[in-house]
Every structure is written in structure tokens, then in C-alpha cells.
Design a protein around this ligand. Structure first.
Ligand code: RP5
Length: 163
């Protein structure tokens, strides 16, 4: 199975990226994680993106905050699917990163998840790989069924406590 590349603009993004790593581990998907910045280490970010397909990656998660150009900079140098996670920084409630990540020019797409949505970024990567991996697709079905069962249990508990 292909592996997932994860890049973040700064170590300060790690708590968000951790959610993606945890989800990929739970699904048994290999990944490689790096701190590469579109602004502070642009050469490393570019080199990683250029080599990613040949190195066996199936998709790349790019997490960044503030003027969050990392996902777009990665997408500029690969045709692998790039999932952008806008990370909430100290200002503007993360809207700065959301708009910087999502507003890509036509021709260079970034699939942008919600602000701080590390789990969904990993799930989207898993769904991309699962197009050709039936066992992974089954694991995703199982995960959704468990989540639905947990909500139904909460619903029952709530109904009982309000009888
Ligand atoms: C972005 O600037 C990073 O992705 C991070 O979210 C933000 C702040 O970086 P630090 O100043 O915490 O290193 O490039």
C-alpha cells in the first residue's frame, strides 16, 4: 500500500498533526512526517514534493498556520493529492490559514479540510488509498459503524436521563 507524507510548517503545528498521525496508525497506514516550511525552508519543501510520487507516497497532508502557503507550495510540485490543514494560530481564529490554504488558483488544487481538522485529513487520505485497497475500505466502514454506534448509545443515554 502507498504511504502518506505529512509536512507541517512549524513544530507548533504538531498537536494538530498528531491527530492525523493517530488516525493513520489506527488504520494501519504507513506515513513519514517532516517539518518543512514554505517560507523558512522552501527548498526542502519543494524537494520533498518533487520526489514524493517516486518515493511511494499516495497523498500528502500539509498543515500550516497564519499565511499558510505550505499546502499550495507542495501542490505546485506534485500531482499527488494534497490535503491542506489550516492550523489556528494566535490571530484571526485560523481564518487567515483557512483562506490561504483553500483559495488556490485554478490548475493547482488543494483539498482543504476544516481548521485544525487533523483527523479528517487522515481519513481523506485513507479514502483516497482505499479506492484500490479493499481491506482499507472495510476498515473505514468499520470505523464509521463504530462511531455511529457510539452516537446512538449517547442518544439512548440522553433519552433515559430525561424520562
Ligand atoms: C506557519 O506559521 C506555521 O505553520 C505555524 O502554524 C505558524 C507559526 O509558526 P511558529 O512561529 O510557531 O514557528 O508557518
Amino acid at each position: 500500500m502507498k504511504k502518506i507524507g505529512i509536512v507541517m510548517g512549524s513544530r507548533s503545528d504538531l498537536p494538530i498533526v498528531q491527530k492525523a498521525m493517530d488516525t493513520l496508525r489506527e488504520l494501519g497506514i504507513d506515513f513519514e512526517v517532516h517539518i518543512f516550511s514554505a517560507h523558512r525552508t522552501p527548498q526542502q519543501a519543494r524537494d520533498f514534493a518533487l520526489a514524493a510520487r517516486e518515493r511511494g507516497f499516495g497523498a500528502i497532508i500539509a498543515a500550516a498556520g497564519m499565511a499558510a502557503h505550505l499546502a499550495g507550495a507542495i501542490a505546485a510540485n506534485t500531482t499527488l493529492p494534497v490535503i491542506g490543514i489550516p492550523c489556528k494560530g494566535p490571530y484571526l481564529d485560523g481564518i487567515d490559514a483557512l483562506l490561504s490554504t483553500v483559495q488556490m488558483p485554478s490548475g493547482i488544487p488543494v483539498a482543504t479540510v476544516a481548521i485544525n481538522a487533523g483527523t479528517n485529513a487522515a481519513l481523506l487520505c485513507a479514502q483516497i488509498l482505499a479506492v484500490t485497497e479493499p481491506e482499507l475500505a472495510a476498515k473505514l466502514d468499520e470505523m464509521r459503524a463504530k462511531a455511529a454506534a457510539a452516537i446512538l448509545e449517547q442518544d439512548r443515554e440522553l433519552a433515559q436521563s430525561n424520562q
